[in-house]
Ligand binder design. Structure first.
Ligand code: ZN
Length: 269
C-alpha cells in the first residue's frame, strides 16, 4: 500500500519514472531510506531540489556523519568548542545577562533580552521542543548543503519545506552558497514557493520547515552561533505558516518543535 502511495505521489508531482532508490551509504546509518530526487532549478550558486520519500522515513535515524565534508565540519566545530547545544544556549543566556545587568530596569533593549533569556530557558529545560541528534533526512539535507557551501568560511543557511499527503513527503530544498556580504538567513526560492502552492492546491499539507543555524566563531561577544532556538523572524514564519513541525539544525544536533509549542515562545512586542 505504501509503495502504491509512493508511486502515485511521484506521478502526482511529475517525477514518475524515477524509481525510489536507496541513496545513502550504510556508513551513515540511513541505508534503508528510499528517496527520489529531482532538481527543480540549478544556478552557479546552488540548486533547488525535490526529494520524495515516505512519512516513516522522515523519522528514520540517527544520521552518522560520514563524508569528508561532514567530518571536516564537525572537526572544525569541535576544535573550537566542546559545548553541547544546551550548553551553547546557556552561553547565549550568559552573554545576554551581562548586557541586562548594565541596562536600566525598563530599558527596551533590556526587556527584549530578558524575553530572549526566558525563551532560551524554556528550550533548555525541555518545555519547548526537543533537542536531539540529527536524523537521516536532516543529515542528508545538511550533506547536500556542504557540497555547495563551506560553512567554515562564513555563516550560511539553507532551508527546506516538507509537504505531506497520504503518508508521502515531498521536500522542497533550497541549497545556495551565500557571499560573506549577504545577510545571514534564508528565504524560500521562487521555484519552491510556486511548487509549494501547486502541491497545496492538490491537498498537500505543510508538514515541516527545516533550516540550519551555522556556527560562527568570530563574534566578539563570545556568541558561537549554531543556536538551536528560533529567531524572531523564524517564529513569525512558524506562527503564520503553521508547519506541523519546525526543525533547526546546526549539523550536529537538531531542535524539533511541534506546532503546539510555537505559541509558548514570548514574541517581540
Ligand atoms: Zn533561523
Amino acid at each position: 500500500m505504501k509503495l502504491i502511495l509512493f508511486s502515485k505521489a511521484l506521478l502526482f508531482i511529475g517525477i514518475f519514472g524515477l524509481a525510489p532508490r536507496i541513496l545513502a551509504a550504510r556508513s551513515d546509518g540511513c541505508a534503508d531510506l528510499r528517496l527520489s530526487k529531482q532538481t527543480l532549478r540549478s544556478t552557479s550558486t546552488g540548486l533547488t531540489s525535490v526529494w520524495v520519500f515516505s512519512e516513516k522515513d522522515f523519522s528514520q535515524g540517527p544520521f552518522v556523519p560520514s563524508s569528508t565534508a561532514e567530518k571536516s565540519h564537525i572537526q572544525w566545530v569541535r576544535q573550537r568548542t566542546s559545548w553541547s547545544s544546551r550548553e551553547n544556549l546557556r552561553n547565549g543566556i550568559r552573554i545576554r545577562q551581562k548586557t541586562v545587568n548594565q541596562l536600566p530596569r525598563l530599558d527596551v533593549f533590556r526587556l527584549s533580552l530578558e524575553r530572549d533569556i526566558r525563551n532560551l530557558s524554556k528550550v533548555i529545560n525541555g518545555s519547548i521542543g526537543r533537542i536531539r541528534p540529527l536524523r537521516c533526512i536532516e543529515g542528508l539535507a545538511f550533506r547536500e548543503y556542504l557540497r555547495i557551501a563551506d560553512l567554515r568560511s562564513h555563516p550560511q543557511e539553507f532551508q527546506a519545506i516538507f509537504m505531506e499527503k497520504d503518508g508521502v513527503i515531498a521536500m522542497l530544498g533550497d541549497f545556495y552558497r551565500k557571499k560573506p556580504s549577504d545577510i545571514v538567513g534564508t528565504m524560500p526560492s521562487a521555484a519552491t514557493l510556486k511548487y509549494k502552492a501547486q502541491l497545496e492546491q492538490k491537498g498537500w499539507v505543510f508538514h515541516a520547515h527545516l533550516h540550519n543555524h551555522p556556527f560562527d566563531f568570530t563574534n566578539t561577544y563570545g556568541d558561537i552561533g549554531g543556536s538551536l532556538a528560533p529567531s524572531d523572524p523564524d517564529l513569525e514564519i512558524y506562527l503564520s505558516q503553521k508547519p506541523r513541525y519546525a526543525l533547526i539544525t546546526n549539523g550536529i544536533e537538531t531542535i524539533e518543535i511541534p506546532q503546539k509549542d510555537f505559541s509558548k515562545f514570548e514574541r517581540a512586542k
